[in-house]
Design a protein around this ligand. Structure first.
Ligand code: HEM
Length: 227
């Protein structure tokens, strides 16, 4: 991407500049690392609060991949339960409730509304992730939302963690890969538990400073070797 952009700058194309390239690269680093870090914090909290779910992932990985063996991305199709849990973490965590702001570049008619050029538009992704029309238990963490007869349901209507359309997250595949590799390989080696006195409530941190991303409440975690 960087090379393609530099080529355009060198050709002198309008709207391509070294400042623009710097801004895009900065955005990719900031958006990419922050969203991944928030998602991992939700994943670790949820797995430590749901030991049965954690155990089922470990049993699946032990059976399919082998105890203590490294899990690789190409094994995902053989790990439907693990994949369903990761999707449910994304739905439940709903880390980007409104996506990013967009602006109409011309007058638009949408779902019976007239949006003049220059209107700021936000998607209500949260509404999709909590809609009882799509989810049996919208407000609960329930990996079975993504399973049917033991198989993974890949495309669920209402599941839009990365937004939708032309401007949906360009890092979606990378993010899916990262969360899968990190969580599955952590769980092959370690058991995540709650510290004493932690009742396992799962909640959002509403304090200022968390920008557009929904963070979990701060928590502590106990990590033990499975051996
Ligand atoms: C779990 C992780 C992630 C989630 C849930 C997520 C979600 C999103 C969402 C909802 C949007 C806005 C889409 C819209 O408003 O239409 C977005 C945009 C974006 N994401 Fe991600 N993202 C994640 C990880 C990443 C990673 C790893 C990268 C890059 C390495 C990345 C780069 C971007 C960029 C550059 C945009 C702006 C795209 C544009 O303006 O056209 N994201 N992401």
């Amino acid at each position: 991407m960087q090379d393609a952009y530099l080529e355009r700058i060198n050709k002198g194309e309008e709207t391509f500049s070294s400042e623009g390239l710097a801004a895009i690269l900065r955005e990719i680093f900031v958006i990419g690392s922050e969203s991944e870090s928030v998602m991992m914090r939700w994943a670790i909290r949820l797995l430590s609060c749901y030991p049965i779910v954690q155990k089922k992932i470990q049993e699946e990985i032990d059976t399919v991949v082998g105890k203590g063996k490294e899990v690789s991305w190409d094994m995902r199709s053989k790990l439907p339960y693990t994949m369903a849990v990761l999707k449910e973490i994304q739905r439940f965590a709903d880390i980007a409730p409104t996506g990013l702001l967009h602006k109409t570049v011309c007058d638009v008619s949408l779902g019976g509304f007239e949006l003049p050029q220059g209107t700021l538009v936000m998607a209500n992704l949260s509404a999709c992730h909590r809609d009882p029309k799509y989810w049996t238990k919208p407000d609960q963490f329930y990996p079975e939302h993504f399973l049917k007869d033991g198989a993974l349901v890949e495309d669920k209507p209402g599941f839009l963690p990365y937004g939708v359309g032309k401007r949906m997250c360009p890092g979606a595949t990378l993010a899916d890969m990262q969360i899968f590799l990190m969580i599955s390989n952590i769980l092959t080696e370690f058991k995540l538990t709650l510290p004493e006195g932690d009742k396992g409530d799962v909640g959002t941190q509403f304090k200022a400073g968390t920008a557009v991303l929904r963070n979990p409440k701060p928590y502590r975690i106990v990590i033990n070797s499975r051996e």
